[in-house]
Design a protein around this ligand. Structure first.
Ligand code: SF4
Ligand code: SF4
Length: 294
C-alpha cells in the first residue's frame, strides 16, 4: 500500500512537468500488477460441512487448535458450508466432504435425520473422533440426564450410514485433522502425483471405516502389536475407561475379561492408522502437506 501511494504521489507531483509521462503510467500499471500478483488467487476449494452430534465437543476444539493452519485451510482449500459454531450455519447442505463429530442418539429423531441427510448430501463422509467411529465414551450412557431423560442409546455413525473415512482419536490431534483436510483436497483437486500420495495417506483411514464400528484390545494385538508397530507410548492404557490395559515391559497387556469393547484404546493408538504403507511414504506425504500449508 505504501509502495503504491508513493508511486502515485511521484506521478502526481511530476505531472505538470511531464504531462504525457507514458513511462510513469506504465510503472504504475506494472506496480499494480505486481501487487495483484501478491494476492493469492482463490483456488478451486472443496466444500466441507460439519455435522455435530453427541460428544464432548473436543473434536471441534482440536480443529480450532490448528490456529493459523485452520485459517490457511479456510483461505485456500476449504469452503466451510456449515458448522454449528465455526460457521454459525447448521442447515446441512450438499458438499464434497462432510465431517461428523459425535455419535447418534437414536432416541433423538433430529440427530437420526441429520446423519441421514448428511450422508445423502455428501460425496465423502468422514467420522471424526472416537465417538463417531466407535461410540467411545457415549457407549456408557444409561439415560436419565436432566434435560433429555429418555436419551440413553448412542451409536457410532457407521451403524446408521456408510462412512468413507475414519479419523480416530479422542480427540484426534489438530495436525491429523488438518492433514486429512489437505489430503482430501489433493485427492479431489491435485495433480496425478498428489492424488497418489493422498490415496496412500487416506487408505488406512478408509480401511478402518470399512472394517466397521466395533473395536477392542484384539485389534491392537493383531494390527499394531503383532505387526511390530507398537512404540510403547501407553496411550491405549490411558484411554481405557475400565483399566483393562496395563503397560508391562513397555508394551500393553490387555485383560480380555474386563474389556467392554468400547474401542477407545484402538481409536487412541497413533499406530493403528499410521501403518507401514504411510511410514514408507512419510517424507513425501509430509512435504506435500507442508508445501500446501506454507
Ligand atoms: S481394552 Fe479398554 S479401551 Fe480397549 S476396547 Fe476394551 S474396554 Fe475399551
Ligand atoms: S497406543 Fe498403540 S503404540 Fe501406544 S502403546 Fe498402545 S498399542 Fe502401542
Amino acid at each position: 500500500m505504501g509502495l503504491l501511494s508513493s508511486v502515485f504521489k511521484k506521478n502526481v507531483s511530476e505531472a505538470p512537468q511531464k504531462p504525457a509521462a507514458p513511462a510513469k503510467a506504465a510503472d504504475v500499471v506494472q506496480k499494480v500488477e505486481t501487487t495483484n500478483k501478491e494476492v493469492k488467487p482463490v483456488v478451486d476449494k472443496i466444500s466441507v460441512g460439519y455435522t455435530h452430534l453427541s460428544g464432548c465437543t473436543g473434536c471441534t476444539v482440536a480443529l480450532a487448535d490448528n490456529y493459523g493452519g485452520l485459517l490457511t485451510l479456510l483461505d485456500r482449500y476449504v469452503d466451510l458450508k456449515y458448522h454449528l459454531t465455526l460457521a454459525d450455519v447448521r442447515h446441512i447442505q450438499k458438499v464434497d466432504v462432510a465431517i461428523v463429530e459425535g455419535s447418534v442418539c437414536i432416541q433423538d429423531k433430529l440427530a437420526v435425520e441429520e446423519i441421514k441427510e448428511t450422508r445423502e448430501k455428501a460425496a465423502i463422509v468422514v467420522a471424526l473422533g472416537g465417538c463417531a467411529c466407535y461410540g467411545n465414551i457415549t457407549r456408557f450412557s444409561r439415560g436419565g440426564q436432566q434435560n433429555q431423560p429418555a436419551h440413553e442409546s448412542y451409536l457410532p455413525i457407521g451403524d446408521l450410514i456408510k462412512v468413507d473415512v475414519y479419523i480416530p482419536g479422542c480427540a484426534p490431534t489438530p495436525q491429523m485433522i488438518r492433514n486429512v483436510c489437505v489430503m482430501a483436497y489433493l485427492l479431489l483437486k491435485g495433480t496425478k502425483e498428489q492424488k497418489e500420495l493422498a490415496t496412500k495417506f487416506l487408505t488406512p483411514l478408509m480401511n478402518m471405516a470399512a472394517k466397521g464400528t466395533s473395536a477392542c484390545f484384539c485389534e491392537l494385538m493383531t494390527e499394531v502389536i503383532n505387526q511390530g508397530l507398537c512404540m510403547g507410548c501407553g496411550s491405549c492404557a490411558a484411554a481405557c475407561p475400565v483399566r483393562a490395559i496395563t503397560m508391562e515391559f513397555g508394551k500393553p497387556n490387555g485383560e480380555r475379561d474386563l474389556c467392554i469393547k468400547c474401542g477407545a484404546c484402538y481409536s487412541q493408538c497413533p499406530r493403528g492408522f499410521f501403518n507401514t504403507d504411510v511410514v514408507s511414504e512419510y517424507e513425501a506425504i509430509n512435504e506435500a502437506i507442508m508445501a500446501a500449508l506454507q
